[in-house]
Design a protein. Structure first.
Length: 582
């Protein structure tokens, strides 16, 4: 878009979007470098690319469209195939007669406009849009794909070769042929793509007496996705075994494997677990997205003093950082995010994991294999001879692993690991129960993070307030006071605000959010091992006394952090209570 520098500068000054001194500084830099004023303002962080695009569109008189306000009919959206729409950032959103309105990030991309004109035979009317609108529209493609997958399953399930009760003991060759049947291949492919499009974290394929139930875990909640004819069970299991390189004719023992799949938008690794049940073999697949955006501790939900304590522990060259919580609470993601932060060229990071969930550059990752004696303890013992600076142990499960982790921290290594306990304070007596001496624990343990995952509210959320009676049904007043204190400290509410002024939010189902929630975030408690807590550990005092001291020193419990996030509108109080009391 060609806008004169003078016009652009004048409009930005008039708009008040950028301070005059910043405009003058950027203008001087633009002239020195021979670049556009707009590009310099974007590179300096004074303007976003989308804001600059809107300004240029306004100056040139090009219509701007927000696709979030325009429901797009499926037949119009499909006029431009998804790969082209994603690659060239061009979305068809309205068709009137022989004209097609398309939203673009660059209305001067004449090659894309001409390509769409030839494909559709329509007159193309370019409209400017922003990045968020394009992302929103691309999700609509996924929705239409889900419907298409449902049609495929309905069509193909009738073509599946029936497997009678007498045919259950099929040979390996028979199973291989069944796994390569086109109907089975298409159905399994549909199930997997459907799961990716839905944003599922797990796929459950469960054999029942007269059918096969498929369920997806989305944002931590299991949903029934579809049912398939019982005749499809053997073929689906065989197909997934072939993909995972597992034994086709082994039906009596559990098997584990993994495979990868690529779509236009994602590269996903599937971790497969197959378990014999009464009605056949049950399959659970964990989806691990390899092309997702990198996390930061802030996006995971860490904030305030707890975040600072975590960063301080990561800057240390020795000691132990533990992340605690139940299965599926995001512990591994937190560990990988911390490793990503401290993964610099001057350190050697080695891990021992079961299983390796994500591949990381410049990190030496080792897989546990207990069948051949490669346990966490054996792997950790070997790692110590590999000259590591930082060691990540997937989980501390027994006394031997705990003892080796303690020794590694004592001999000049930073150790990151997870442990299964219900709270941060609970990790300390758990380690002592495993046989770790309290005096060794106080010398090495730096920070324990307790965490759960809660679903995030969509933008359609609705505000409501709680009176004292309603608050008392949820938690003690001191929990709400602790959350309010943190909100004041981070200047997210007025200093004079009281509990009665705290807003809370509830989900409003509709649109993209069927139940009013989308995605998840962590609620945390971060226990920093202070001198006072070391003294409590040495005297073998209780979990309650450790937690009470940590709260005196400013620790927010998971419940209090949940209330803090609920007051910010990130989640709802109901969701916090569901996560904390599970």
């Amino acid at each position: 878009m060609h806008v004169s520098e003078a016009e652009l500068k004048e409009f930005i000054i008039d708009s008040g979007l950028v301070a005059r001194k910043d405009i003058d500084a950027a203008d001087a830099e633009a002239k020195t470098r021979g670049q556009s004023l707009g590009d310099i303002l974007v590179s300096r962080g004074n303007l976003t690319e989308d804001a600059l695009r809107r300004i240029q569109a306004y100056v040139l008189g090009i219509p701007f469209v927000n696709l979030k306000d325009h429901p797009i009919p499926a037949d119009v959206l499909s006029l431009i195939p998804e790969p082209i729409a994603r690659t060239h950032n061009i979305i068809a959103f309205k068709k009137e007669g022989e004209s097609l309105d398309v939203a673009m990030l660059d209305v001067e991309d004449l090659a894309s406009i001409e390509s769409v004109r030839k494909k559709t035979g329509l007159k193309i009317l370019p409209r400017l849009t922003d990045t968020e609108s394009i992302k929103h529209a691309l999700l609509s493609y996924q929705k239409s794909l889900k419907d298409e997958f449902g049609d495929i399953i309905a069509t193909e399930s009738g073509k599946i070769r029936l497997v009678k009760e007498s045919d259950k003991e099929l040979s390996g060759d028979d199973l291989k042929k069944m796994a390569e049947d086109l109907p089975i291949v298409r159905i399994v492919d549909s199930l997997l793509r459907h799961a990716i499009a839905q944003g599922a974290s797990d796929v459950h394929i469960e054999p029942l007496e007269d059918q096969v139930l498929v369920r997806y875990r989305i944002d931590g909640i299991l949903h029934d996705a579809m049912t398939l004819p019982k005749a499809a069970a053997a073929g689906i299991v065989a197909r997934i075994k072939v993909l995972s390189n597992l034994k086709l004719d082994e039906k009596r023992l559990p098997q584990d494997g993994r495979f990868k799949m690529e779509t236009e938008a994602d590269r996903v690794s599937f971790r497969v677990s197959i378990l014999p049940t009464f009605f056949g073999e049950k399959i659970v697949m964990r989806l691990l997205r390899e092309t997702g955006e990198g996390f930061t501790l802030e996006t995971l939900g860490f904030h305030g003093d707890g975040l600072e304590q975590l960063h301080a522990a990561m800057r240390a060259t020795t000691g132990i950082i533990l992340v605690s919580g139940p299965t599926g609470s995001g512990k591994t993601t937190t560990l990988y995010t911390m490793m990503d932060i401290i993964n610099t060229p001057d350190v050697n990071i080695s891990t021992i994991e079961d299983p390796i969930e994500y591949q990381m550059k410049r990190v030496n990752q080792t897989q546990v294999n207990s069948q051949i004696g490669m346990t966490f303890a054996a792997g950790l013992r070997a790692l110590l001879r590999q000259d590591p600076n930082i060691i990540m142990v997937g989980e501390i499960r027994d006394g031997e692993t705990a003892s080796l982790a303690i020794n590694a921290a004592l001999t000049g290594h930073l150790v990151l690991s997870t442990i299964h306990t219900n709270s941060a304070a609970g990790a300390i007596p758990r380690l002592i129960d495993m046989g770790v001496e309290p005096f060794l624990l106080t010398s090495t343990l730096r920070v324990v993070v307790g965490q759960r995952l809660v679903r995030k509210l969509c933008d359609t959320k609705e505000e409501h307030t709680l009176d004292e009676t309603a608050r008392n049904k949820i938690a003690k007043n001191e929990d709400f006071e602790a959350a309010l204190k943190e909100l004041r400290r981070e200047k997210l509410v007025k200093t004079a605000a009281g509990l009665d002024d705290l807003p809370f939010y509830q989900p409003v189902p509709g649109g993209e959010c069927e139940d009013g929630y989308k995605s998840r975030i962590g609620i945390h408690e971060i226990l920093s091992v202070s001198p006072a807590i070391r003294d409590i550990i040495l005297h073998n005092m209780t979990i309650d006394s450790i937690e009470a001291q940590a709260k005196k020193e400013g620790m927010l419990t998971m419940l209090e952090d949940g209330i803090y996030k609920a007051a910010r509108g990130v989640t709802s109080l109901e969701e916090v209570l569901r996560a904390v009391t599970e």
